[in-house]
Design a protein around this ligand. Structure first.
Ligand code: ADP
Ligand code: MG
Length: 681
């Protein structure tokens, strides 16, 4: 079987399972084999009942007694038993799992593994998995892969499919040349892939992972080298000039640009006037004022008779840019046009016509800007805000749409400079490191739910002083996860509590776009005081009058996300506050949230994360949505990225060509697809 064959070729995978796999992005056998476990379960030695602690997962070997037949309590079927070892005894409880009864036998020893919770003043073990002793000891000898699943697909089903695929498919092509594999101790791809799914030991699994991450980074660096070689020679056909509008724009601003903003704009101006195609990344922390720099670049382009486009990651943000820019550009005779997915077909058609006829100079949209149907008239500048870099495909598409446009990417991802230089080797980098001068540092606190009422009083006071607040909940409604706060119920509760004032409204991704826009509009105009929202406001949203950010279930969000959310306040000259409320407390949560207390600076937070190296990728770049590697984490695997960079730099042009050719020929289509599809909204 070929790696490119569909997973449906595997025995036991019918249409239903195939659809489930597709949902996970697994279509071909090759994709199945590179669908790696998200973690490995380890089976610890059983401990003593007297050592069990609330909140942890406990494993105990003990004698089963007092099995109580499943019975109904308020619509939940409950099964209980008693587990006893020499140190004590604990009650075990199963909710809605009556069938566990058949696994339990009174008077026999079993190993039970489950979450320890407190009921009254006693500990109990909940929803435990029941193992025969021999069975458990066997599991202990190997790491057990745990796959990121979707409803309907079990871990076992994935394992079985992978096992089959491994035995019947041919070899993975080796893209990394032998010379380099030897130099960097990279094991064979086939071997590494197998080891990821069926690890012999933690050591061998880590070795396999190292090899696969190296390959990922290596191919990425090859791609970057290709991109950067391609662009040196590109002359720009756009004749952009400076007619003084930008200076006028700057003097009209209600504030003074910071030194960094001015410097970055100077760099952009130089690029635009140089006659070469610009490819530049602006890196600047949340709230550092990137938008106005983008506006200046667009203004200069538009005043030179060309079109400029800016792409935002969400419609809310696109709408916001559209309003701000329509207002700011009007005095210069520059016309703006909005193009987003939720517009009616007739509205879109009108927008297309306007753009094609050059009745619009600045086009603001989401990924709709890449629609085949859209024809620009002399597009000379393309900006992405808070987004991924442009992939090859997008650049190609854009090239077809006008003269070869200048490219500007704006990012708030706080990656260190050395890392940025590697990852964005195909771009020049500008940085905005200072925040506007009159900003007061945001005051932060991390508190338990007991503090909630004080937070409400505080919000009330702030609103009375004319300010506004955001409250972020992780869920939309209660169906999703009843343990977490949800926007719908939360908003109702607050409305009841606050009465007429402060005015509370909700915002979430399931609402219709028009509704979302209206709510956002009213919040901006100050008709709404408190906005209860999901993370739809996470990036880019700018309401400088909002001074309070409350994040509920803060433990559920990654550091990067929390930092972005916090960035919604502290955007004006008033003191702002951020209150992180956690639901379930743990040492890991505390440590993570405390990093946010220490600093308001994204770069410092990233560094702190590097020191912490907490479990998983709390601040992995994949969380920031910036770059998606299957296994690699550019922070935690920074040294591997360095090695890959070194390795690619050492290649001769001929060797490079060879590898690229091999990637195109050798079924590495998905590798290129992956790099090509940076825009993954
Ligand atoms: P981000 O870099 O996160 O995209 P924005 O461009 O949205 O930040 O800017 C945040 C806020 O700061 C906006 O309200 C903007 O008008 C304001 N701003 C930008 N530059 C300055 C400056 N030099 N002085 C004062 N306020 C500024
Ligand atoms: Mg922004």
């Amino acid at each position: 079987m070929e790696l490119t064959d569909s997973v449906s070729e595997i025995k036991g995978i019918g249409e239903k399972t195939q659809n489930l796999f597709n949902k996970l992005g697994v279509g071909s056998v090759g994709e199945l084999l590179t669908f790696y476990p998200s973690r490995y379960d380890t089976f610890n030695d059983p401990g003593l009942i007297s050592d069990l602690r609330e909140g942890e997962e406990g494993v105990v070997c003990g004698l089963i007694s007092k099995v109580v037949e499943p019975r109904y309590t308020s619509r939940i079927k409950i099964l209980t038993c008693q587990l006893t070892d020499p140190s004590g005894s604990i009650e075990c409880v199963w909710f809605n799992q009556p069938f566990v009864k058949y696994e339990l036998r009174s008077g026999y020893h079993f190993i039970l593994r489950g979450r320890i919770n407190k009921k009254g003043n006693k500990l109990q073990m909940e929803q435990a998995k029941v193992y025969k002793r021999e069975e458990y000891y066997k599991l202990q000898t190997a790491l057990q892969p745990v796959y990121p699943l979707t409803a309907g697909l079990t871990n076992n089903a994935v394992r079985k499919a992978v096992k089959q695929a491994l035995t019947i498919t041919g070899d993975f092509p080796e893209f990394v040349p032998l010379k380099i594999r030897k130099e960097f101790d990279i094991i064979k791809k086939n071997h590494a892939v197998e080891e990821m799914h069926f690890p012999k030991s933690e050591e061998t699994m880590l070795e396999a992972r190292r090899s696969l991450v190296f390959e990922e980074f290596f191919l990425f660096m090859v791609f970057i080298r290709q991109m950067s070689q391609g662009r040196e020679v590109l002359d720009s056909e756009a004749k952009i000039s400076d007619d003084g509008s930008c200076d006028e724009f700057i003097t009209k601003l209600p504030y003074k640009l910071t030194k960094d903003q001015l410097n970055v704009f100077e760099e952009i101006k130089k690029d635009l006037l140089s006659g070469h195609v610009m490819a530049r990344l602006i890196q600047g922390d949340v709230g550092s004022g990137k938008t106005v720099v983008a506006e200046l670049a667009l203004l200069m382009t538009a005043r030179s008779g060309y079109q400029g486009a800016i792409m935002a990651p969400t419609e809310v943000l696109a709408q916001q840019h559209f309003e701000a820019m329509s207002r700011d550009f009007a005095p210069f005779g520059i016309r703006c046009c909005l193009l987003v997915g939720s517009m009616k077909a007739s509205e879109k058609k009108k927008a297309y016509a306007m753009i094609e006829a050059h009745e619009a100079d600045v086009i603001i949209g989401t990924h709709t800007l890449f629609q085949e149907k859209l024809v620009f008239d002399n597009l000379a500048l393309c900006i992405t805000d808070e987004q991924h870099r442009f992939g090859v495909k997008q650049r190609e598409k854009l090239n077809k749409k006008g003269v070869r446009p200048h490219i500007l990417v704006m990012s708030a991802t706080p990656i260190p400079r050395t890392l940025a230089m590697m990852l964005y080797g195909d771009m020049d980098i500008s940085r905005i490191t200072e925040l506007p001068a009159e900003r007061l540092p945001i005051k932060n606190c991390v508190v338990g739910q007991g503090y909630r009422n004080s937070a409400y009083s505080f919000i009330k006071k702030q609103v009375e002083e004319g300010r506004q607040a955001y409250i972020i909940c992780p869920m939309v409604d209660e169906n999703e996860d009843s343990e977490l706060e949800n926007v719908t119920d939360y908003c109702e509760r607050l409305k009841e509590l606050f009465g007429d004032s402060p005015v509370v409204e909700k915002l979430h991704g399931k609402m219709k776009p028009k509704e979302k826009n209206d709510i956002m509009e009213s919040f901006k105009n100050g008709e709404i005081d408190v906005l209860v929202s999901t993370t739809v406001v996470e990036v880019g949203v700018n309401v400088p009058n909002a001074t309070v950010m409350v994040v509920e279930n803060a433990e559920r969000f990654g550091l990067a996300q929390l930092h972005q959310l916090r960035g919604r306040v502290g955007r004006g000259d008033k003191q702002s506050f951020c209150i992180f409320i956690y639901g379930k407390e743990s040492d890991e949560t505390k440590e993570r949230l405390n990093v946010l207390l220490k600093s308001n600076n994204g770069f410092e937070i990233a560094n702190e994360y590097l020191k912490m190296r907490g479990p998983g990728d709390l601040f992995g770049i994949r969380q920031c949505g910036e770059m998606y590697f299957k296994l690699g984490d550019v922070f935690n695997d920074a040294s591997l990225l360095n090695s890959a960079n070194e390795a690619v730099a050492s290649l001769s042009d001929k060797e490079m060509d060879c590898i690229v050719q091999k990637m195109y020929d050798g079924g590495a289509k998905e590798v290129f697809q992956f790099f090509n599809n940076y825009v993954t909204i």
